[in-house]
Design a protein around this ligand. Structure first.
Ligand SMILES: Nc1ncnc2c1ncn2[C@@H]1O[C@H](COP(=O)(O)OP(=O)(O)OP(=O)(O)O)[C@@H](O)[C@H]1O
Ligand SMILES: [Mg+2]
Length: 363
């Protein structure tokens, strides 16, 4: 058995830990087909928490019910790409039943601009109505997933929401599933660009349970014929803090150790250290790469605290005015590095970031 762990963004893990029942409203909605609350779902959560994996799971659930899936990322022009995918799917529908997933369509009818021209908007809605009516006669529907919505162009999101709302009003079988970073998604919902999306089921993803992580290690290593003592499986799970990306990183390194020799306490310790280093390189350093010197000052000031940090106190440490602190706070929240933690307080959004800053960055 090959190393089953998948420490790569968006890759489906061998065991999806601690996400039982999360899709049940969505799956129930698939059987109702139109207007069910679960058919409008937004996954939010910090980087590496498993949003894209949940989108894939939702896509699989939809396909299993015979639904057509259009899978998109909210980079410029996604509305046009969805429109083109719908048009194609309608043309092909006569030839082949649904239960398919469409990605990476080439653009023909719709331009690549972010704002569809008025005639294209009409075309978009018509393409959608035709496709949805055809799918309806098959007793299925269309699920559109959009990843990274926090980065979406406001005009495109507003147009998508308006059209989907229209389809729902017509009783057509449509599901819309989004994923994005929590605060940016909150802003998107609060700005009123797509009020209708406020009614979506918002599912905030958190760290997995350490117990279930340990169980998943025990199970996978047993399957691979590697013996892993329960206490060591537990130690490895604890080192992940239930953070999904670390679950994969630790599992991956542990598997490599198992291929080289018995899983002793030393071997487990080496695997944990290797996973932490890789987490720093791939998650933390990537997240910090766009931070300015002043952003770094703010983060370093936060790292003095063991728990959440108070904005006024950060201002004193940085010798910065409240308005400046507010500005950097907002920037860092948008970047997914920091999260609001109650009135006037913030906390780190990425596991290991505090420790990283303490060991690497001096104020
Ligand atoms: N429930 C889970 N159990 C175990 N591993 C998981 C789980 N969810 C995700 N993972 C793993 O965690 C990593 C990150 O998952 P994913 O890419 O879905 O996160 P994300 O929230 O979309 O991150 P980003 O914000 O960077 O896009 C992947 O390696 C994936 O295999
Ligand atoms: Mg993702």
């Amino acid at each position: 058995m090959q190393n089953p762990f998948r420490p790569t963004a968006g890759a489906t893990p061998p065991v999806i830990v601690s996400r039982h029942g999360i899709l049940s409203e969505f799956e129930y909605g698939l059987t109702i087909r139109s207007g069910a609350p679960g058919l409008l779902t937004i996954f939010t959560g910090t980087r590496g928490i498993g949003k894209t994996v949940m989108l894939s799971a939702a896509e699989e659930a939809a396909q299993a019910q015979g639904w057509l899936v259009i899978s998109e990322t909210a980079t410029a022009g996604f509305m046009a790409r969805i429109g083109e995918a719908m048009r194609r799917a309608f043309e092909e529908l006569g030839e082949k039943p649904s239960g398919r997933r469409i990605t990476g369509v080439t653009l023909a009818g719709f331009g690549v601009t972010t704002q569809l021209a008025p005639e294209e908007q009409v075309g978009w809605r018509e393409a959608g109505e035709k496709l949805l009516n055809a799918l309806d006669t098959h007793g299925t529907g269309l699920a559109i997933t959009v990843d990274e919505v926090h980065a979406a162009d406001r005009g495109e999101i507003a147009a998508l929401a308006a059209n989907v709302q229209h389809f729902i009003r017509e009783g057509l079988p449509i599901a819309l599933v989004f994923a994005g970073l929590p605060s940016a998604v909150s802003d998107l919902l609060n700005e009123g660009v797509a009020t209708f999306l406020r009614r979506a089921d918002r599912i905030d993803l958190h760290a997995a349970s350490v117990d279930e992580t340990a169980d998943s290690y025990a199970k996978l290593f047993a399957q691979g014929g590697h013996s892993l003592e329960p206490a060591l499986a537990r130690a490895a799970a604890e080192a992940t803090g239930g953070y999904p990306f670390l679950i994969q990183l630790v599992g991956y390194s542990l598997w490599q150790e198992a291929e080289a020799g018995p899983l002793t306490a030393d071997a487990v310790g080496r695997a944990i250290a290797a996973a932490r280093r890789r987490n720093e390189r791939t998650v933390i350093e990537a997240a910090l790469s766009t931070a300015s010197a002043r952003d770094m000052d703010f983060l370093a000031a936060m790292a003095d605290d063991d728990g959440t940090s108070e904005a006024g106190e950060i201002g004193r440490r940085m010798a910065a005015s409240p308005s400046l602190v507010g500005k950097y706070r907002a920037r860092l929240i948008d970047a997914g590095l920091v999260e609001p933690a109650g009135y006037g307080r913030v906390e780190f959004a990425i596991p290991g970031l505090r420790e990283y800053l303490r060991s690497r960055v001096r104020r």
